[in-house]
Design a protein. Structure first.
Lengths: 336, 324
């Protein structure tokens, strides 16, 4: 399968009072046609800025993409004019945001927000756009869609608004949807509904998806491949099966081991990752995770490791000590 | 078995919603609608449920930050709903809270030392400035902070460190009961486990009792001795931790447990999922009969009309379901 989107050595910076923050610091990843890829990491790791960079929506002048390429269907999006880029957004690449209330326009009806894109991008007339809007709402499981069109976002519940966001994203049949924490603001039973819906639609319509999340658990069921980010870089990537079954970066391992799991016997004690997330204006010289790492050696403090492949497959990790992680023993504390 | 520290009896909290004719209320939000539970000294009771189920309002009623519409809250043998503000102030020392958002619950203009030291002065727990400074240092050590943190401001700390300050402030009062309202849900995943371990260590060291309010079922299983599941203002099921997670009786508990994602793709592939249809109805207009019946996968006709009581089905295991 060829790459639909290929991000190559992307750098995005923000100028702040405390200095330059390299929010995305030389990151490369790709999404194949019809594939679901996850970008996982904690707050400030650069996962949302990566998606905003693809859409060229990084807020200027503080933020800017300083180098790299973003190749979508063979064209580098960074070389397009603003006019050309506008035809890509929504039409070919769509975005779903975390907070459906703040990303919908409160003074426009649901119907208008759906038909706007259809009229602008696809040149539909009012009647055709309206008909399509009803189909879209029905597709995402909103009951009685025709009656819903004249309503406003505040008349929708959180789960309904997120369904509406999905309908908007899919309106112009894009090839790729970037979903930034699409279920984080929702309750767990609604989360399950939305994720199942997104998977069904992505399969049925052949849409590729990038799911951005801080929760490794959420994407285990849905992602074909997973990228883990830390301090602006990708530190591990693999198929979901490889990454969860045999994590080869201490941060990934730490994330997986620090959360209590319902499918395992209860532990007497949780195994947290020590220390605090890094300050992006004062990153250490070597590996950014080294100060918190249980596998740290001298070299980690001096030299930042690059991503390297593990045994042929697509599994890569940025850790000098990755070999020691294979079948790493349970940390002290153990299971109850 | 140790004594009961807190007993909540038939707690009801209704909020009036404005917007009716001539300033009359337009409706009644039944946030908490007849909730009873007790917590023994040294125990942790987990209170789980989705947003709007009334778990936070229950906690706020226990703290007397909300005046209950009816019901009793018996803490250390006294009914808090009958106390006057002066009496309540002395009780409040023994009854502390840790909030979800460690940023908005700390005064940005006060140093960490002032935040932790203020209640010591206000309640006259430690007299004399030097003695208070020493006590603050000791409290900071208890929660894993360094002495130099006393001079810093909240914005200079990370989210995890700020939550440690929130814990130190609660500890300063030497409470017997701490209400933890979503204490880790605003924190990064890698930090959550640090705070949970801290809460457990402090419980062991000081014999604390927790009412642990959260929506994360895995976290609640880890920390709780007993667990109550709330839905639309009522307790749907309550049991000791192991029973509730291993043998849930209420269909809502079962659905909640099956919706929790597990970080293991192979297991997820094989796993049966009960995806609940519909959404949580508004507590402004709860459904008749069993409040869960519109979403319940096993509901029968009776469920539409008969309100199920929370009944003891096995020793220590209660569920509010006609079919359980």
């Amino acid at each position: 399968m060829g790459s639909l989107l290929e991000v190559i050595d992307l750098h995005t910076e923000f100028a702040t009072r405390h200095g330059v923050v390299r929010a995305v610091d030389g990151v490369s990843w790709d999404v194949a046609e019809g594939e679901t890829v996850a970008l996982v990491g904690e707050s400030g790791c650069g996962k949302s800025v990566s998606a905003l960079s693809v859409m060229r929506l990084v807020s200027q002048p503080a933020g800017r993409i300083t180098s790299g390429r973003i190749v979508f269907k063979g064209r580098d999006l960074l070389t397009l004019s603003e006019e050309e880029m506008r035809r890509v957004r929504g039409r070919e690449i769509a975005m779903i945001f975390q907070e459906p209330m703040t990303s919908l326009n409160p003074v426009l009806t649901i119907g208008r927000q759906l038909t706007e894109g259809l009229e602008t991008h696809l040149g539909m007339d009012t009647a055709a756009a309206r008909k399509r809007a009803v189909e879209l709402l029905a597709m995402v499981g909103i009951p009685d869609p025709a009656r819903r069109l004249p309503q406003y976002p505040h008349q929708f519940s959180g789960g309904m608004r997120q369904r509406m966001m999905i309908a908007m994203a899919l309106a112009c049949e894009p090839a790729l949807v970037l979903a930034d924490e699409p279920t984080t603001a929702l309750d767990v039973t609604i989360q399950a509904q939305i994720l199942e819906l997104m998977r069904d639609l992505s399969r049925r319509l052949g849409v590729a998806m990038l799911i951005i999340t801080h929760n490794l658990g959420v994407v285990a069921r849905y992602a074909d491949r997973v990228n883990v980010m830390y301090a602006g870089r990708i530190i591990e990537r693999g198929t979901a099966r490889e990454l969860y079954g045999n994590p080869r970066h201490p941060y990934t391992l730490g994330l997986l081991r620090s959360v209590p799991r319902l499918d395992e016997p209860r532990r007497a004690r949780l195994n947290p990752i020590d220390g605090q997330p890094p300050d992006l204006t004062q990153l250490p010289r070597g590996c950014a995770f080294a100060p918190r790492c249980a596998f740290r050696v001298e070299r980690c403090l001096e030299e930042a490791p690059a991503l390297r492949a593990i045994e042929g497959s697509g599994h890569v990790t940025a850790c000098w000590e990755a070999d020691r992680l294979e079948r790493a023993p349970e940390p002290v504390g153990g299971r109850a | 078995m140790s004594e009961v520290l807190l007993e909540v009896r038939n707690l009801v909290k209704h909020f009036e919603v404005g917007g009716g004719m001539f300033g009359k209320p337009a409706g009644l939000v039944r946030a908490v609608d007849g909730v009873s539970f007790s917590i023994r000294r040294g125990e942790t009771l987990g209170l789980v449920g989705e947003s709007g189920c009334g778990k936070t309002t229950t906690g706020r009623c226990v703290l007397q930050l909300e005046r209950p519409t009816s019901g009793q809250i018996i803490f250390e043998g006294r009914d808090l709903t009958t106390l006057d503000p002066g009496e309540m102030r002395t009780v409040r020392r023994r009854l502390q809270v840790i909030f979800q958002d460690p940023y908005s619950s700390l005064n940005p203009r006060m140093t960490i030392g002032e935040i932790v030291g203020e209640p010591l002065a206000v309640h006259g727990i430690v007299r004399g400035a030097q003695a208070r400074r020493d006590r603050v240092q000791q409290l900071l050590r208890h929660v894993g902070l360094l002495p130099q943190h006393a001079g810093r401001y909240p914005h200079q700390l990370s989210g995890g460190q700020r939550q440690r300050v929130g814990v130190a402030r609660a500890l300063a009062m030497e409470p017997s009961l701490i209400i933890c309202d979503e204490p880790v849900s605003a924190l990064d995943v890698s930090i959550q486990a640090q705070i949970i371990n801290l809460l457990e260590d402090l419980q062991a060291e000081f014999g604390l009792t927790y009412l642990f309010i959260a929506h994360d079922l895995a976290v609640v299983r880890h920390i709780s001795d007993r667990v109550a599941v709330m839905y639309l203002g009522k307790i749907a099921e309550m049991a000791d931790r192991k029973t509730l997670y291993d043998e849930p009786l209420h269909p809502y508990t079962r659905a909640l447990l099956s919706a929790v994602p597990i970080p293991d793709p192979e297991l997820e592939m094989r796993r049966e999922r009960v995806v609940l249809g519909g959404e949580v109805p508004s507590p402004l207009n709860p459904p008749p009969g069993c409040v869960f019946h519109p979403r319940c996968p096993i509901a029968v006709d009776r469920c539409r009309t008969v309100v199920p009581d929370l009944r003891e089905l096995k020793p220590g295991h209660q569920a509010a379901c006609l079919l359980a």
